[in-house]
Design a protein around this ligand. Structure first.
Ligand code: 1HN
Length: 344
């Protein structure tokens, strides 16, 4: 490959003259922004142990009252980006949020999209756009861009959930901001009940009545049952996986990140091809071994890991008798919309 000229090859007075007019020569930096063959991601395969972070999260509950935190979160930060950047990948933010009994995380809305995957505890709820969504382990709750949301807790034990946001991308786009609100009035109606059966959709009588995000909560009991049915129906199927979708459009649940529930049969090894989007794996039930490029991780229940794009991934459920259930988030809706999605 042709050696390109370096910055140091240029006379200092020429470089100064360029800088004075906010000009930069492309050729010394061309290979860095356009590397040969494939990208050089900053995103590093990284795992976060739930047993490791849980005591620190509970300690945050003692150290910092909710009023001083607004959202009490420990961010799962990828060291490849620098911890202070608070990103798991180029487009994905991950955080573990703690809400204690009786606490209230006040209403706000913002441009980044969020989802919550409930990890532990009962009795908490989040109210999104006036709809009160109970939180139970494994449930997925959407907070699409621009919708008011707040969290409350009527139970007696700490509740923890995993927040997944497209914040790094929206922030990079200089489009990230929030607006504080006041306590929402809960409206009657539950999208997850109306859309409990995928084949049955409400008939809109007029366009104005249609909500852009008609289903905000995806109960784990239903996702789990559907995975077991799929595994039973198709014994030869390798990827026993469901995609969280918008029931009205059949498209992805949110615009930027994609969400999936995967079941690994007892003893199963699943090989995923290298694909351009980065991805996140969170163990809902069971355990698994994840090989991400040349890195190996043993993931126990409630552990989370992230994988850069363009990297082959192998997931293995070593248990001879128990299925493993995994929540996956990835950047594929974004890559497809931008036309850069690829499988190697
Ligand atoms: C946010 O609004 C929540 O509403 C959680 O629970 C995490 C991280 C960055 C920006 C906004 C929440 C967040 C967040």
């Amino acid at each position: 490959m042709l050696e390109l000229g370096r910055l140091e090859d240029l006379p200092q007075d020429y470089r100064d003259a360029l800088s004075a007019q906010n000009l930069v020569p492309l050729w010394p930096s061309l290979r860095a922004v356009l590397p040969p063959g494939q990208p050089r991601p900053n995103t590093r395969a990284t795992a976060w142990s739930y047993q490791g972070l849980r005591p620190l999260l509970l300690q945050a509950g003692e150290l910092t009252p909710i009023e001083k935190a607004e959202r009490r979160v420990l961010v799962l930060a990828n060291p490849g980006h620098g911890l202070e950047k608070m990103q798991a990948s180029a487009a994905i933010y991950l955080g573990m949020q703690l809400l204690l009994p009786g606490e209230w995380a006040p209403s706000h809305r913002h441009t980044p999209n969020a989802v919550r995957m409930i990890v532990e505890g009962e009795g908490a709820y989040t109210t999104v756009d006036g709809e009160k969504c109970p939180m139970s382990r494994g449930d997925l709750i959407l907070t699409p861009t621009g919708l008011w949301h707040e969290h409350g807790h009527d139970g007696s034990e700490p509740v923890v959930w995993l927040d997944v946001l497209d914040l790094p991308l929206v922030h990079y786009m200089e489009a990230s901001y929030h607006i504080d609100g006041s306590r929402q009035t809960v409206q009657p109606g539950r999208g997850d009940r109306v859309h409990a059966h995928g084949g049955l959709l409400p008939t809109p009588m007029f366009e104005g009545a249609r909500k852009a995000y008609p289903m905000l909560r995806y109960p784990w009991v239903e996702a789990r049952a559907a995975l077991l049915a799929l595994a039973e129906d198709q014994p030869a199927l390798d990827a026993v996986q469901l995609r969280y979708s918008n029931p009205a459009t059949g498209g992805d649940a949110l615009n930027i990140l994609g969400f999936y529930a995967l079941m690994l049969r007892p003893g199963q090894t699943l090989q995923l091809p290298a694909r351009s989007p980065a991805s996140v794996f969170h163990v809902i039930e069971g355990g698994l071994q994840a090989q991400i490029g040349d890195q190996a991780f043993a993931l126990a229940e409630a552990d989370t890991c992230c994988a850069p794009g363009y990297t082959p991934i192998t997931l293995r459920n070593a248990s001879p008798d128990a299925a493993a259930f995994v929540f996956i988030a990835d950047e594929s809706p974004l890559h497809r919309k931008l036309g850069v999605y690829e499988t190697r």
